[in-house]
Write a protein that binds this ligand. Sequence first.
Ligand SMILES: [Fe+2]
Length: 368
Amino acid sequence: MGIFHVKTEIYSGIGVREVLEMDNLKKVIIITDPVMVKLGLVEIVEKTLEELKVNYDIFDEVEVDPTLESVKKGLEKVMKFAPDKMIALGGGSAIDSAKSIYYFMKKSGKEIPIIAIPTTSGTGSEVTSYAVITDKKKKVKIPIKDEDMIPEKAILDPVFTKTLPRVVVADGGIDALTHAIESYTCKSANFYTQTFALTAIVGIFKNILKVYNNIEDEDARVEMGKASCMAGIAFDRSGLGINHSIAHVIGGRFHKSHGRSNGVILPYVIKFNSSDKETAKRYWQISKRLGLPSETKEQGAESLAVAVEVLNKCLGIPSCLKEMEIGWEAYKKLIPEMAKTAMEDICTDGNIKKVSQGDMEEIFQKIY
Ligand SMILES: [Fe+2]
């Protein structure tokens, strides 16, 4: 028997104060990064906490792609301060750090629920049971999965996405789109995850360029926040596919943005997967919903690949890895090894179309 549930209470729209007030907070730690401090976003939360007379502390040393070391630092601060809630303020890195801290605290018997306030629309980390931290010494990414880590509340207030740089709008938005498309077309997709995924796809196509071209468009920012959150719910329950397997490798090897890597790869993966009947049918369903040319299943699948290519272009996302300043000679040599790593990635198993090492190497060639 299948089960579908969403653990996180999701609030979207203006009103961070109302939500925090409802919570009857006593002792809180804000988990964030230096950029959020600089942008004045931490101050908004601080002011609210002061007004509500909440005892609070701040850990603002979250790194981009958080390392085990920085998570340990945060963990020490949390242990010392002993808060009863954490407020994770930032993009995927801050929320993943808070989730990792939760995970380690739980091992010592103390569970500190998380209120997530995402400042980007992309990872969906505010509703997922995953966190990724990097072990710098061993040069490996450590994925953690634990249902209990899922934030208790997510506050999607557009006040916090007003200062997003364009490149982050593009990379985050295309990451969310990849989550939604992969979730819709992967092995464990079901009625519920597909409903969330499809709504997210429509929302992203409708709003991403509005936000990219005019960050002042508050309604579009709210819609992007909802869509990326829904994509997060969908993929957390269904899993993903080889697009993410490949993006994980490219991101890790060449230190490229996760979202951007996904966006570059996506049209190629759609074309590769389209030779599988079931996957082509699902691409066709997406295209139909988007109002793209989709008289036949083949045409529908192709339309989706073209639509993503066009969207990439409008968002300034390159059409191949060559345009991402990756040298061919070094890349070429790494193809067999990168393909092998991608084959072993947890997401590969979610792909409906079976992939061989040879197929994977060919995709790595093509995306260059
Ligand atoms: Fe992603």
